[in-house]
Design a protein around this ligand. Structure first.
Ligand SMILES: Cc1cc2nc3c(=O)[nH]c(=O)nc-3n(C[C@H](O)[C@H](O)[C@H](O)COP(=O)(O)OP(=O)(O)OC[C@H]3O[C@@H](n4cnc5c(N)ncnc54)[C@H](O)[C@@H]3O)c2cc1C
Ligand SMILES: *[C@@H]1O[C@H](CO)[C@@H](O)[C@H](O)[C@H]1NC(C)=O
Ligand SMILES: *[C@@H]1O[C@H](CO)[C@@H](O)[C@H](O)[C@H]1NC(C)=O
Ligand SMILES: *[C@@H]1O[C@H](CO)[C@@H](O)[C@H](O)[C@H]1NC(C)=O
Ligand SMILES: *[C@@H]1O[C@H](CO)[C@@H](O)[C@H](O)[C@H]1NC(C)=O
Ligand SMILES: *[C@@H]1O[C@H](CO)[C@@H](O)[C@H](O)[C@H]1NC(C)=O
Ligand SMILES: *[C@@H]1O[C@H](CO)[C@@H](O)[C@H](O)[C@H]1NC(C)=O
Length: 623
C-alpha cells in the first residue's frame, strides 16, 4: 500500500502538472525536490546500520564502491569465512522509488546521482541545456544499477575475444560466458540454448509491459532485413524485444541481488555514506595498505592486510587513483600530488553517444500514451501485480544491432550501431522530464517537439557503438571532494567517421519505417528542422550532421579509464588480473578496466567483471 501511494505521488507529481499545462516552464527543481523528498522519506535506511565506526580498523580486503562490480565482489569474497571484508560506499541506500522501473529518468534529479557534467566544448551540444552534456552516475548502494535504464545486453563475442587478443588472457568469450551464466536468472520467452541460466542472483526478464507499437516495429524490422535474435545469445545482429534487469516488474540491481541477501554475514561490513578520498600507499615498498575516507565530515582510515580494491566506477576509480598518486606524472605534479606510479589513468575514455532527434509520427494510437497511463488508476493497481506502465524500463522496448554499409570491420558479425526503440518520443510528457534526460533545451523543445504533444509519435535513436573520438578525465584539483573534469570530445575524429556512422544508423531506421508494416500506420518522419539547421536541405547527410551536433546524449557507458592491458601496452593501467601496474596490493575492478568500447550497454559486463575477478582473487590465494 505504502508502495502504491509513493509510486503514485512521485509519478503523478512529476509528470502530470506539466502534462496538463499547469506550469509552462518546468524547472528541474520541482522534480529534484520531489524525488529528494520521496527517496529520503522512504529510503530503507535501516537495512545497513553503520554502527560505531572504528578508526584504523583492519580487514583482509577493503572494497571502495558498491556498484555492480563492487557488490559482486563483496558477496563472493565474503563467501570465504576466513576473510574479513569492508565495503565502502559514498551514497545512501536505495528506496521504494528506485524499484519502480519507469521512474528511472527522474532519478537523475535526485541525490542518487553524482550530478557530473562535461566541460563545455564546441562541435556538439549546440542545443543542449546550457550547452552542456550531462554525465549522470549512481551514488548509492548498488551504484548506477539503481538509477540505470535496466537494459540488459552482454556484448558481442568479439568484444571479449579482442580483450584477450590485446594481451589479457582469461577474458575471451569462452572464458567469460560461464560468469554471465553464473550471475543471471533468466525469465525470457525467447532465448538461445546454452546462453542462459536460471539460478543466479540477478533477474533478467522480458518487459512485462509492451505497447502495441513495439510488436509492429519488431515485425517491420524483420521485414527490413533484420533477423529476430536473442541479442544475449548466439548471434547479436538483428532485432530483439528488450531484456531487462527486472524481477516481477521491479528493478533487479546490485543492492537487492548481491548485497541485501548477505548483509548479515558477520565477516562483511557494508558501510554507506563513506567516501574514500585516498588509497594509502607505502611509497618505499609501493604497496597499498588501506584507504582514507570521510563519513559525516570526519576522516577515518581502514587498513587492508591483503588488498585494496577500487570498484568506484569509470569516473571515480580513475579519480581515486590519481588522488593517490597513480596517474599521468605531469598532471599529478602540476597539482602537487606525489607520484607513486606514472600510468595513463583517465587518458582514454570510450563512451556511447545517442542521437535523440529522430521522431516518427503515426496515424493511430499504438505508441504508449504516457499521460493517459499516468492518470489511469489501473496503472497503480497493475504495478502491485508486477505489471503495467510503471514496470516499463523508461519506455525502451526494442534493441537492434546492425552493421551499417559503411562499417570497415572485417567481421560480418560485428555491429557498429545500436538502434534503441522507445514507445514514446520526447513530446510524450510535454517537455517535463524526458527532454532533460536528453539535454534538449527549452527553445529546441518548443520548436520541434511541442507541436507533437497531441500526436501519436515515437522515437528510434541510433547509438554509436565504437567511437573513434576519445574522451578523457582529469582531476580538477587535488581536493578529493571536487568533481573530476570530463572531456567528452564527441565527434572530434579527423575523418568524421563517428558522424557518418550515426547517419548510416539513421538511414537504417528510415528503412524500417518505410516497410509496408510501418506504413499501415503511415509512419512519417517528423520534418521540423532543429534550430540552427533550417538552412540545410532537410534529410540530407549535411542536415543530419548539423542535427547530431545540435542535440546529443550520452548513454552512460564510459569505459577504459583504467584500461586493462599488459605492461608493454602504453595505455594500460591494470594487468589481466586487474592489478595496478607498479603497485602491490591494489586492483581496480569495475567497468573502467574494459579495454574496448563495448558492443552493448555496460551493466551486464560490470557484473561479469565482478564475478570473474572474484574467482581470480580466490585463485590467487588458493581458495
Ligand atoms: C543514468 C544511467 C543509465 C544507464 N542505463 C544502463 C542500461 O540501461 N543498461 C546498462 O547495461 N547500463 C546502463 N548504464 C551503465 C551501467 O549502469 C554502468 O556501466 C554500471 O553500473 C557500472 O558499474 P560499476 O560497478 O563499474 O560502477 P558504478 O555503477 O559506477 O558504481 C560505482 C559506485 O562507487 C561509488 N563510489 C564512487 N566513488 C567513491 C568513493 N570515493 N568512495 C566510496 N564510494 C564511491 C559510487 O557512489 C557508486 O555507487 C546506465 C548508467 C547510468 C548512469
Ligand atoms: C535534498 O535533500 C538534502 C538533505 O535534506 C538537501 O540538503 C538538499 O538541498 C535537497 N535538494 C533539493 C533539490 O531539494
Ligand atoms: C589511526 O592511525 C593514524 C595513522 O597512524 C593515526 O594518526 C590516528 O591517530 C589513528 N587513530 C586512532 C583512533 O588510533
Ligand atoms: C550505403 O547505403 C546508402 C543508402 O542507405 C547509400 O546512399 C550509400 O551510398 C551506401 N554506402 C556504401 C559505402 O555502400
Ligand atoms: C500520413 O501522414 C502524412 C504526414 O503526416 C499526412 O499528410 C497524411 O494525411 C497521412 N495519411 C493518412 C492516411 O493518415
Ligand atoms: C493510416 O494510414 C494508412 C495509410 O498510410 C491507412 O491505410 C490507414 O487506414 C490509416 N489509419 C487510420 C487509423 O487512419
Ligand atoms: C607485449 O609483449 C608481448 C609478450 O609478452 C608481445 O607478444 C607483444 O607483441 C608486446 N606488445 C607490444 C605492443 O610491444
Amino acid at each position: 500500500m505504502k508502495e502504491l501511494v509513493i509510486s503514485f505521488s512521485v509519478i503523478l507529481l512529476l509528470h502530470v502538472p506539466g502534462s496538463l499545462g499547469l506550469y509552462d516552464e518546468f524547472t528541474g527543481d520541482i522534480s529534484r525536490f520531489l524525488i529528494n523528498f520521496s527517496t529520503r522519506e522512504t529510503a530503507l535506511f535501516t537495512e545497513y546500520p553503520t554502527g560505531v565506526i572504528v578508526d584504523n580498523a583492519t580487514y583482509d580486503f577493503v572494497i571502495v564502491g558498491s556498484g555492480p562490480s563492487g557488490s559482486v565482489l563483496a558477496n563472493r569474497l565474503s563467501e570465504n569465512p576466513e576473510w574479513n571484508i569492508l565495503l565502502l560506499e559514498a551514497g545512501e541506500e536505495p528506496s521504494w522509488v528506485t524499484d519502480i522501473p519507469v521512474a528511472c529518468g527522474a532519478l537523475e534529479y535526485s541525490d542518487y546521482n553524482w550530478g557530473y557534467t562535461c566541460e563545455p566544448q564546441s562541435g556538439f551540444c549546440r542545443d543542449c541545456m546550457d550547452g552542456i552534456l550531462q554525465y549522470p552516475h549512481g551514488r548509492v548502494l548498488g551504484g548506477s544499477s539503481i538509477i540505470n535504464y535496466m537494459i540488459y545486453t552482454r556484448g558481442n563475442r568479439l568484444d571479449f575475444d579482442r580483450w584477450a587478443a590485446m594481451g589479457n588472457p582469461g577474458w575471451s568469450f569462452d572464458d567469460i560466458l560461464p560468469y554471465f551464466l553464473k550471475l543471471e536468472s533468466a525469465h525470457l520467452a525467447i532465448k538461445d540454448d546454452g546462453y542462459h541460466n536460471n539460478d543466479g542472483p540477478l533477474s533478467i526478464s522480458d518487459a512485462s509491459y509492451r505497447s502495441k507499437l513495439v510488436d509492429v516495429y519488431v515485425k517491420a524490422s524483420q521485414e527490413a532485413g533484420l533477423p529476430y535474435v536473442d541479442n544475449n545469445g548466439k548471434n547479436q545482429i538483428g532485432v530483439s524485444y528488450v531484456q531487462t534487469t527486472t524481477k516481477n516488474g521491479k528493478r533487479s540491481d546490485a543492492e537487492n541481488a548481491y548485497l541485501r541477501p548477505i548483509r548479515n554475514r558477520n565477516n562483511i561490513k557494508i558501510q554507506k555514506a563513506s567516501r574514500a578520498t585516498k588509497i594509502l600507499i607505502d611509497s618505499c615498498s609501493k604497496t597499498a595498505y588501506g584507504v582514507e575516507y570521510v563519513n559525516d565530515g570526519k576522516t577515518y582510515r581502514a587498513l587492508a592486510t591483503k588488498e585494496v580494491i577500487s570498484s568506484a566506477g569509470s569516473f571515480n576509480s580513475p579519480q581515486l587513483l590519481m588522488l593517490s598518486g597513480i596517474g599521468p606524472k605531469t598532471h599529478l605534479e602540476q597539482l602537487g600530488i606525489p607520484v607513486q606510479s606514472d600510468l595513463p589513468v583517465g587518458k582514454k575514455m570510450y563512451d556511447h553517444a545517442l542521437f535523440p532527434g529522430l521522431v516518427f509520427q503515426l496515424n493511430d494510437s499504438i505508441p504508449i500514451n504516457l499521460v493517459e497511463e499516468i492518470v489511469n488508476p489501473l496503472t497503480y493497481i497493475q504495478y502491485s501485480e508486477g505489471k503495467g506502465f510503471l514496470t516499463s524500463s523508461n519506455t525502451v522496448e526494442a534493441i537492434s544491432y546492425v552493421k551499417t554499409n559503411i562499417s570497415t570491420d572485417p567481421d560480418d558479425s560485428y555491429p557498429d550501431i545500436e538502434l534503441v526503440m522507445y514507445g514514446i518520443s520526447p513530446a510524450a510528457d510535454h517537455g517535463v522530464l524526458i527532454r532533460r534526460n536528453y539535454n534538449i533545451d527549452q527553445n529546441t523543445y518548443d520548436k520541434v517537439f511541442k507541436p507533437l504533444e497531441s500526436k501519436y509519435t515515437y522515437q528510434v535513436s541510433p547509438m554509436l557503438l565504437h567511437p573513434k573520438s576519445l574522451g578523457r578525465i582529469e582531476l580538477r584539483s587535488s581536493n578529493p571532494l571536487h568533481p573530476p573534469k570530463f572531456f567528452a570530445n564527441y565527434f572530434t575524429d579527423p575523418e568524421n567517421e563517428d558522424i557518418e556512422t550515426l547517419i548510416a544508423g539513421i538511414r537504417e531506421i528510415q528503412k524500417i519505417n518505410r516497410t509496408p508494416t510501418m506504413q499501415k500506420y503511415n509512419a512519417t518522419l517528423v520534418r521540423t528542422p532543429l534550430p540552427g539547421c533550417e538552412d540545410i536541405e532537410f534529410d540530407s547527410d549535411a542536415y543530419w550532421e548539423c542535427a547530431i551536433r545540435s542535440i546529443i546524449s550520452s548513454l552512460y557507458h564510459q569505459t577504459a579509464t583504467c584500461k586493462m592491458g599488459p605492461k608493454n601496452d602504453t595505455e594500460a593501467v591494470v594487468d589481466h588480473k586487474l592489478k595496478v601496474h607498479g603497485i602491490k596490493g591494489l586492483r581496480v575492478i569495475d567497468v573502467s578496466v574494459i579495454p574496448v568500447p563495448m558492443t552493448a550497454h555496460t551493466v551486464a559486463v560490470a557484473y561479469m567483471v565482478g564475478e570473474r575477478a572474484s574467482d581470480i582473487i580466490k585463485n590467487d590465494y588458493g581458495i
